[in-house]
Write a protein that binds this ligand. Structure first.
Ligand code: PHE
Length: 346
């Protein structure tokens, strides 16, 4: 019974081959399976000789072939599982649970946001509300009601981004003064953080930037209140030793008007360091941080406020405050969204 011997030999051959199975990959194992049990494999070759046997001999050989085939399949399955188990064990061995975790990327607030939150927080503490207004504004609120008649130079096409003849991108947050006073009777005290737009783009100007407006109106409000509040504000942001200077200026919607300078944070107001003129204040000892003044009566008339109220208003550039506060030298940093810059404010 050559065929029976051949079949028995097949199973022991396979056992021998699989003894080296520790070296096998699943792919190699599959090749071996095709070699033994495939359509043209060794088992099939033995079985092709079945026809040469007499009908009496065939059943015994057929039965043997079935058991050998089952035995081989079982060996293959066991080997496949062993390979998979080894792969898993290796993966676990390569995992070191004592390694520190990978810190996920975490966002941080933009310096503009930080400054707006800080400044608004200070004024909330002084009793101000937060107000907001639209960035697409009508001419009337942006200019006309702020005492800027049509021929005023600030309305020049050079500076203003127009949407239509009467609709524009607000050039400052001051129109929210008008909107607030139209919506509320005095007393009012609001600060207004927001985006403003100008047709201007170079090293120190961007077409969009941020401002914070302030407005306080009541009976008996004077320039002294303005000076006191702004001094308190400046010292809260830049430190209690900061000197404040009010320099006479002009805005169409305030009278009198002033610009506020603070003593230079870099040279401490000396104007120089290491024998060189200070690069922040350009040797003057002062840096300008905002514009302000007493609300012009023409503005009160435009919002139909009673003639016995007075008030002050101020407006500051957020990027400018942030540059001074954090020592940022280049305005473009604010708008490039480079994480190497932004993550420094985490
Ligand atoms: N709106 C002015 C500007 O953009 C700033 C300002 C606001 C000045 C309020 C006085 C009062 O330059």
């Amino acid at each position: 019974m050559d065929l029976i011997n051949a079949l028995e030999g097949l199973a022991s051959e396979l056992r021998k081959e699989l003894d080296q199975a520790s070296l096998f990959s699943q792919e190699k194992l599959e090749e071996l399976r095709v070699d033994f049990l495939g359509r043209k494999g060794r088992l099939a070759q033995i079985m092709s000789k079945l026809s040469s046997l007499s009908p009496e001999e065939r059943p015994a050989v057929g039965q043997k072939a079935n058991t050998v085939k089952q035995e081989c399949s079982r060996l293959f399955d066991a080997c496949k599982q062993a390979i998979e188990a080894r792969r898993e064990a290796a993966a676990v061995a390569g995992f070191d649970p004592s390694l520190p975790g990978r810190t996920p990327w975490q966002g941080s607030l933009h310096p503009d946001t930080l400054v707006m939150e800080e400044v608004c927080g200070i004024f909330r503490g002084l009793g101000f509300d937060i107000a907001q207004g639209p960035e697409v504004e009508i001419d009337h609120y942006n200019f006309e009601a702020l005492n800027m008649p049509p021929e005023h130079p600030a309305r020049d096409m050079q500076d203003t981004l127009y949407v239509t003849d009467t609709v524009l991108m607000r050039t400052h947050t001051s129109p929210v003064q008008v909107r607030t006073m139209l919506a509320r009777r005095p007393p009012v005290a609001v600060v207004v953080p927001g985006k403003v737009y100008r047709r201007d783009s170079d090293l120190t100007h961007t077409p969009m930037f941020h401002q914070i407006e302030g407005l306080m109106v009541d009976r008996g409000i004077s320039m002294a209140h303005l000076c006191g509040m702004l001094t308190a504000f400046v010292r809260a942001v830049f430190g209690p030793a900061t000197e404040v200077r009010f320099r006479q200026s002009f805005f169409p919607f305030t009278e009198p008007s002033a610009e506020v300078d603070i003593s230079c944070f870099l040279c401490g107001g000396k104007g120089h360091g290491h024998g060189e003129p200070c690069r922040v204040c350009k040797g003057t000892g002062w840096v300008e941080i905002l514009g302000c003044g007493m609300v012009d009566p023409a503005v009160f008339a435009a919002v139909d406020y009673p003639s016995d109220v007075t008030g002050f208003a101020f407006g500051m550039g957020v990027e400018r405050i942030a540059m001074l506060k954090y020592g940022i030298g280049d305005l473009r940093m604010f708008f490039e969204n480079d994480v190497r810059f932004l993550s420094q404010f985490a």
